[in-house]
Ligand binder design. Structure first.
Ligand code: NDP
Ligand SMILES: CC(C)CCC[C@@H](C)[C@H]1CC=C2C3=C(CC[C@@]21C)[C@@]1(C)CC[C@H](O)C[C@@H]1CC3
Length: 418
């Protein structure tokens, strides 16, 4: 089948074979983590304690609970927003509109969950439901991705993403064909990227904390830290929701299995691994060590937020007094590249801050197990790969100016090392 785009984009992720392998590997890894984290040895690289049968994984009640969660988040998405933002310019020169009410959705979810807990909702029972819930999330993701794939068949060529339209159904199903699939004004990719998964993640963390309080009298200091750090991260993402509109996920990648599974299943069920670990493997943590860990998280957050805000402010208005003094490189597109401030230190200072925070999220779990460091390892691989993809796109966009930027700022993420 010919590519609808005329010229074929180079295949990523190892082509159709790589895509097929990832579609099996990613859910398998998620279930492996969910199983080993509750086992005695909790070995990342060891075998799971048992292989759950379909009677353990499949539960119509959990499917209903999962769909109710998605429905609640969809309803909150549709509430009036404090602001409606314009997305980046599309191929046909139009711009889509996006509601900015993610933080409001987080607050309303917190209020509803608080009221439900007061009314007797046993949130502490959630840890026991994670396996069937994750199965329901994975199952619905496959169905949803099929819907997205079929929907793209009737989409105009201008609505298709640069990748994900190779003509190979497995590869295209995985990568996603349509750039911004919508039904009326409901944008599936934007909705999934920030709400059900991220808010679900902190809700699972909270359930671990409540269950720990029930089992041991009070939540441990380690559990408080993990909950606090990750709530800050999710709250920050939703507070700065508009910034997601310039990420490659929204502007470049199609919406298919990779992002749908990542957003809806991978994020809530694997990003909450540290809290799950602490529930099953309590770790003593003294105040002095906790203070050092808080400091590491604060340094990471300072770099992450400083770098992201500096770039966002600059992209919105290069003459803004907060960024007007920074040194820049002009490019043929008319846009400029920052070459001092955070973006003069390394080419991805925001990734550096994010990785430092990832370390701080694992440290409360002690150093006896590798398992709680899974996020740090996975995230390093994700960001190194993401950086390489972004580099490729920037080279295409900015050509010689990008070469000049790389010459002036030679390190990618870690100064003097990488
Ligand atoms: N927790 C998680 O799982 C994940 C977290 N993240 C986080 O999300 C955030 C967004 O990440 P991501 O979308 O990957 O990438 P970035 O926010 O780093 O955006 C990259 C883009 O920034 C612009 N840019 C690059 N260099 C410069 C410069 N010197 N001056 C001005 N603009 C520049 C370019 O776009 P242009 O020139 O077109 O503006 C480039 O394509 C990051 O903080 C990241 O850590 C990301 C992925 C997963
Ligand atoms: C399943 C695969 C391994 C790949 C999945 C990738 C996704 C989990 C991530 C792709 C980009 C993401 C972003 C975020 C969360 C993870 C995913 C969805 C943020 C929302 C995290 C908070 C930041 O402040 C913004 C991020 C934007 C990109």
């Amino acid at each position: 089948m010919a590519s609808p785009q005329g010229s074929r984009a180079p295949l990523e992720f190892g082509g159709p074979l790589g895509a097929a392998a990832l579609m099996l590997l990613l859910p398998a890894t998620m279930f492996h983590l969910l199983l080993v984290v509750r086992s005695g040895p909790a070995r990342l690289l060891g075998p799971p304690p048992y292989l759950p049968g379909l009677q353990v994984l499949w539960s119509p009640r959990m499917l209903l609970l999962w769909l109710t969660w998605l429905g609640l988040q969809a309803a909150l998405y549709l509430l009036p927003a404090r602001k409606v933002a314009e997305g980046q310019e599309l191929k046909d020169k139009s711009r889509l509109l996006y509601p900015i009410n993610g933080f409001q959705a987080l607050m309303l979810t917190a209020l509803l969950v608080g009221l439900a807990v007061l009314a007797g909702l046993p949130l502490g029972a959630l840890p026991e439901m994670l396996l069937p819930l994750a199965f329901a999330a994975t199952f619905t993701t496959f169905i949803f991705s099929l819907f997205l794939y079929l929907k793209a068949l009737v989409a105009p060529a201008s609505a298709l993403a640069p990748g994900g339209n190779s003509g190979n159904p497995i590869y295209d199903f995985f990568l996603g064909r349509e750039l911004n699939p919508r039904v009326w004004s409901f944008d599936f990719k934007y909705f999934c990227e920030l709400r059900p998964g991220l808010i679900g993640w902190v809700l699972i963390n909270l359930a671990m904390l409540m269950q720990e309080a029930e089992l041991r009298g009070s939540p441990s200091l380690a559990m408080w830290l993990v909950n606090g750090f990750q709530l800050l991260y999710v709250g920050d993402a939703l507070w700065h929701e508009e910034a997601v509109l310039t990420t490659m996920d929204i502007t470049h990648d199609g919406f298919g299995f990779m992002l749908a599974f990542g957003d809806l299943a991978w994020v809530p069920f694997t990003y909450s691994l540290q809290a799950q670990f602490l529930l099953h493997h309590p770790q003593p943590l003294g105040l002095p060590v906790a203070s050092v860990i808080c400091l590491i998280n604060a340094v990471g957050y300072y770099i992450f937020r400083g770098a992201n805000s500096q770039k966002n402010t600059f992209r919105k208005n290069p003459s803004d007094p907060r960024v007007a003094d920074l040194e820049t490189i002009p490019t043929a597109t008319g846009r400029q590249l920052l070459v001092s401030g955070w973006w003069g230190m390394v080419r991805h200072p925001n990734y550096l801050g994010d990785l430092i925070m990832a370390l701080a999220w694992s440290l409360p779990c002690g150093v006896s197990h590798l398992l709680p460091y899974f996020y740090l390892l996975y995230f390093t691989a994700l960001l190194v790969h993401r950086e390489a993809r972004d580099e490729q796109q920037c080279l295409q966009k900015y050509g010689l100016a990008w070469h000049e930027y790389c010459r002036r700022v030679p390190y990618r993420i870690l100064p003097y090392i990488y």
